[in-house]
Design a protein around this ligand. Structure first.
Ligand code: SIN
Length: 284
């Protein structure tokens, strides 16, 4: 894509992900730079910027390049910038946020498009984030399996895997500022198991172990073996990349094309990030 020539782009794995240099996101972006960033995200699915110094308001401005900023209902935003949430794991905490493979807010009717995560405080080592390319995972399936999946729809629920619901789960994370959620029973949405990317036309698997409960018309027990197989297919090592954080690292990922998992391997250390998501389209 021609616009990428505005940026210095280096792939970080054979599957997906690229480091992007040559841009200071705190400065107002030209239309050509914004186009180049959108193209880079569509091409590489995960893009990583180093040494960025962004206020919450500047992070929101950067997010607007990728779409309309959405609200995450389970956590309070920053007092002066409510659409930015803080992801904080304290030194004494055992659990982390986002520690299982997922695609952000797949339980919404219109789930997240892009997520922007800015590192503020990072462990000396550890706390990396893994990403998996759900399009490569789909392409690598047999034609017969792809045909079968093409007709399936899945239920995605925000409470899946959380004792007492997701809101209660957030309240158990001491570093996080949980929000009161009016929805009882969490959020649930039905989405196709194979979705087509609205901008690239690429097809990809849209089930994840954190939120996908069952296939429409099937019980959980009937669905589980195939959900488990698809989740394992998505995270095959050859479909993944890994981002190592430092303060000032900003990573943007496309939830319509990838899943991610925050690795919880930094016991006794603190990790603090600011996160913004944009609202995607209804998957189809
Ligand atoms: C998330 O799931 O959005 C958090 C990812 C991370 O903290 O690395």
């Amino acid at each position: 894509m021609a616009c990428e020539s505005y940026l210095d782009i280096r792939a970080i794995s054979g599957a997906l992900g690229a480091e992007v240099g040559g841009i200071d996101l705190a400065s107002p972006l030209t239309p050509a730079q914004a186009d180049a960033l959108r193209d880079a995200l569509l091409t590489h699915k995960v893009i990583v910027f180093r040494d960025q110094s962004l206020t919450p308001a500047q992070l929101l401005d950067t997010a607007a390049v990728f779409g309309d900023v959405d609200v995450y209902p389970f956590l309070q935003g920053l007092p002066d910038c409510p659409k930015v949430i803080e992801i904080l794991k304290l030194e004494g905490e055992a659990k982390n946020f986002g520690g299982a493979w997922h695609s952000d807010t797949s339980y919404f009717e219109t789930p997240a498009g892009a997520t922007l995560l800015l590192a503020l405080e990072t462990p000396a080592a550890g706390g990396d984030t893994l990403f998996a390319d759900t399009g490569r995972a789909y392409d690598a399936l047999s034609p017969a399996m792809r045909r079968m999946l093409d007709g399936l729809v899945a239920h995605n629920n925000s409470d899946h895997g959380y004792t007492g619901g997701r809101a209660a789960g957030m309240a158990r994370l001491d570093g996080m500022k949980s929000a009161f959620v009016a929805e009882s029973g969490g959020y649930e949405a039905c989405h196709p198991v194979v979705r087509t990317h609205p901008d690239t036309g690429a097809r990809s698997l849209y089930v994840n172990g954190s939120h996908t409960v069952r296939f429409a018309g099937m019980s959980e027990a009937e669905s589980k073996p195939l959900i488990d197989f698809l989740c394992a297919q998505i995270i095959r090592p050859e479909f993944t990349c890994r981002v190592r954080w430092a303060p000032g690292t900003l990573t943007v990922w496309d939830n319509r094309a990838v899943q991610h998992k925050a690795i919880n391997d930094y016991a006794g250390q603190r990790r603090r990030m600011h996160r913004v998501t944009t609202r995607g389209e209804r998957p189809c």
